[in-house]
Design a binder for this molecule. Structure first.
Ligand code: FNR
Length: 193
C-alpha cells in the first residue's frame, strides 16, 4: 500500500494508554507497507475555541499545523480516551478548530477510531461520540472500531498487547481499514475526474 497514515493520540499524558495504542497502531500500519506518522494532540497546542479570537487572530498555529498533518495523509487514525462516557473536550476542541479551515481536511478523509481505557468497555462510548462530528464533516469513518479494555495492564514491555488474540484482531482491523481506505480513495478520485 502506498498510503500515508497520520496516527494521532488524543492524550499526551505521560504513560497515556492511548498514546501507547497509537504507537502500536503506527507500527502495524508500517508492517502493511504504508507509512505512518505518529503524533500527540499536545504537539498541536491550541486555546479553547473562541469566535472573537478567531475573528481577531484567525485559526491558531497549532490548529493550522494539525490541519496540515490531516490534509497530508490519505488516512487518519485517532486513538482517543473516553471522558465521562463521551469524547474528551480537548479532542472535540481540536476537531472544532480544524473544521474552520478551508478546505476542511476531514471531508472524504479515511478515519479509523480506536480507544484505550482502564475500564471494562475500553472507552468505546467516547468513540461513538467522536464519530458524530467527524461524519458531519464528511469523514469516511471506518465502521469497525477497536476499544482496548483494562488497558493499564494490557501492554507488554515492548508495547505489544499481552493478549495475542486481541493483538491479532487489532492488526486485522488496521489491515482491513487500510484496504478499504485505499480502495475508497481511488473510487473518490475517479468520481472527481
Ligand atoms: C476518565 N476516565 C474514564 N474512563 C472510561 O472508561 N470511561 C469514562 O467515562 C471515563 N471518564 C473520565 C473522565 C475524566 C475527566 C478523566 C480524566 C478520566 C478514565 C480514563 O479512561 C483514563 O484516565 C485513561 O487512562 C485516559 O487515557 P490516557 O490519558 O491514559 O490515554
Amino acid at each position: 500500500a502506498s498510503m500515508h497514515v497520520f496516527v494521532l493520540s488524543g492524550s499526551s499524558r505521560t504513560g497515556s494508554v492511548n498514546a501507547r495504542l497509537a504507537a502500536l497502531v503506527a507500527g502495524l500500519v508500517v508492517r502493511t507497507g504504508a507509512t505512518a506518522e505518529p503524533a500527540l494532540l499536545g504537539d498541536f497546542p491550541m486555546p479553547l475555541y473562541d469566535g472573537d479570537l478567531e475573528a481577531d487572530e484567525g485559526v491558531p498555529p497549532g490548529a493550522l499545523a494539525l490541519r496540515e498533518r490531516i490534509e497530508a495523509a490519505q488516512a487518519v487514525v485517532i486513538a482517543s480516551p473516553e471522558y465521562n462516557a463521551s469524547v474528551p473536550g480537548p479532542v472535540k476542541n481540536a476537531v472544532d478548530w480544524v473544521s474552520r479551515v478551508r478546505p476542511q481536511p476531514f471531508k472524504d478523509k479515511q478515519v479509523l477510531l480506536v480507544s484505550a481505557s482502564p475500564s471494562m468497555v475500553g472507552g468505546n462510548r467516547g468513540l461513538w461520540a467522536l464519530r458524530v462530528p467527524l461524519e458531519h464533516l464528511g469523514a469516511r469513518v471506518y465502521p469497525d472500531m477497536f476499544s482496548l479494555a483494562a488497558a493499564h495492564q494490557e501492554f507488554t514491555e515492548d508495547g505489544a498487547l499481552a493478549d495475542r488474540g486481541l493483538g491479532e484482531r487489532l492488526a486485522s482491523t488496521v489491515g482491513s481499514f487500510l484496504d478499504l481506505a485505499e480502495a475508497d480513495t481511488r473510487y473518490l478520485c475517479l468520481q472527481r475526474r
